[in-house]
Ligand binder design. Sequence first.
Ligand code: NAP
Length: 534
Amino acid sequence: MSYGVRLMRARIPKVCVAVTGNDGVELVQKAEALVRDDRLLEFRLDYLKNPASALPRIKRFLDFHPEVVVIATCRRAVNGGKFRGSAASELDLLMKAAAAGCQLVDVELETAESLKTAEMDKLRQCVAVLLSYHDFKGTKKLDETFARMKAIPAEFYKVVTTATSLHDNVLMMKFLQTNRDQYSLIGLCMGEQGIISRVLGVRAGSVFTFGSSGVGEETAPGQVTARELRETYRIDMVDAATKVYGVAGDPVSHSLSPVMMNSAFRRENVNAVYVALHAKKLTDLLACVQGIPIHGLSVTMPYKQDIVSELDNSDQPTQKTGACNTVVRAQDGRLYGFNTDVYGVVAPLEQRMNLQGASVLVLGAGGAARAAVFGLKARGAEVYILNRTAATAQKLARQAQAKTVKRTDLKKQHFDAIINATPLGMGTSKQSPLEEKELKELKAKYLFDLVYNPLETRLMKMAQAAGMQVISGVEMFVQQGAHQFEIWTGKPAPVAEMQYVVNRELQTRQAQESAGSNGSSSGKAAAKKPAKKK
Ligand code: NAP
C-alpha cells in the first residue's frame, strides 16, 4: 500500500454517503447539507442529466471544502448505473472529475477490462482509482472475481454482491477478513438480507461502507441512512473486537429491538452492535450465527419454538414454556437458551403487587400468554385463562396447572390483574378483547396490555375509565430486553434509557403514520428523557 493511499485511508471516515441529483445545482445543494456530518461523499454523476456541465460547480464545492473526500462515480447502465455513454466517455468524465478535485474515481471492473492498460495507467496518474464489481443477483465466486480485479492495479477494490440468504453475509465477511491486510477493500451485500453486512463489513475489514443521505435517497437495495449507521449502529466505533448481537425473525424489519439494544450498549459503553437478522429459514440463521460469529440472539416469531431443539442447554422457563427468545453462543459454538419473555411479563406486575396468591386473568393462549401463565404460576399466582379457542386454553391450563374461565362467568370471579395476551388492539385496529361493560364489572386493580403499538390501546383507555391502573406492553418489551442485556453482558441494564428510546421511537412512528410521511420526527420531543447516569 503506497504512502498516498495510507494517508487517504487515514482521512476516510467509515461511512460514505451517496449523493444524487438531477443537475449540478441539486447535487451540490445536497452535498452542502451533508458536509457538517459527512466527510466522505460519493457523487453519482450518472444520475445527472448532463454530468459534464456539473463539473465546474463540483470544483467550486471542493475548493471550498478541502476537508471533504469525494468519489466520482459514473456507472454505465450495462453495469447497473444510469450513464448511457460508452466506456471511453465514462473514462473521459472521470478524468474531468479528477481535474475538478475529486480525490477518488469509481471504475467498474467491466469498464476497466474493456480499456487499454495505458488508459487506466493514465487515469491512475491523475487520481486514486476505486475498482468496483457489482453482482445484482447473488454472492458467488468471490475469489474468482477478485482474481480478475487484482489483475488491474487500483488503490481500492470494492466488491458488492446481493445477499439471497443470511449466509451470503458470512461469505462476504470471510472474503474481507482474508484479503484485508493486503488490499484496501470495500465489501458489502445489497438487499434486505444483506443489511447486516453494511454494519459488519467494517468490522471484517471494509475500509468504509455506504449510507444514503436520507429515507428515499437510497442508491442501492438495502442501503440504510448514514445517520442510522452512525447513531443507531455507532459505525465509527465498530472494529474487529466488537461483539455482534441481533434479533432474528421473519419479518423483522420493523423490530424496535435494534434501537433499544444499541442504545443500551452505548449507554453502558459495551463494545457491541445489534443488528436485525431477516431469517427466512432456521438453518440459514444458525449457519450465520456460527459463521459471523454472532454472540447472542433475540429470537422472535416464527422461531421461538423451533429453536429449542437446536439448543445445547436451556433455562427452566424455556423448558416449561417450550419457547426461547434469548440465545447465547459460547466460544465453542454451543448455544444456550433463555426465556426472558416470562420475566418481561412478571417483572412489571411484581413491581406493583405481590403475586403470591393473587388472582390473574390471562386473555389468550398463544406464545405471550404461555410466558404469562407459566411465569405467574411460578410466582404463586392463581391464573385463569380465557381464549377464543377453548381447547387451546384448556391444554395450556393443564400444562401449567392453571384454570380456564368462560366469558359468561367472568363477573362471578374477582381478579387482581388482567393481562391481554391477544393481538386485539394492535396497530390501527380499534378492537378490544373485553368491552367497557365487562371491564366495569370486573373491577380489577391492574390491566396489563401486552400490545405496545399503539402506546395506548382502546382496552387501556377503557380500563383507565373504569378506574384500573394500566400497564403498557412497552414495559414487557423493555423488561425482556433488559434481562437479555444482563444475560449477555453481566451488567445491569439501563432500563430507563431503554424505556425512553422505545417510547420515543413508537411516538415517532405513530406521528409518521398519522402524517403519512417518513420524514417527521415530531414525536421525539414528547418522550421524557431519563436522568443522566452519574
Ligand atoms: P399468538 O401466539 O399468535 O397468540 C395469539 C392469541 O390471541 C391466541 O390465543 C389467539 O386465540 C388469540 N387471538 C388472536 N386473534 C384473536 C381474535 N381476533 N379474537 C380473539 N382472540 C384472538 O401471538 P403471541 O405471540 O402470543 O402474541 C400476542 C400479542 O402479544 C401480540 O400481538 C403482541 O401484541 C403481544 N406481545 C407483546 C410482547 C411485548 O414484549 N410486549 C411480546 C410478545 C407478544 P386462538 O387460540 O383462538 O387462535
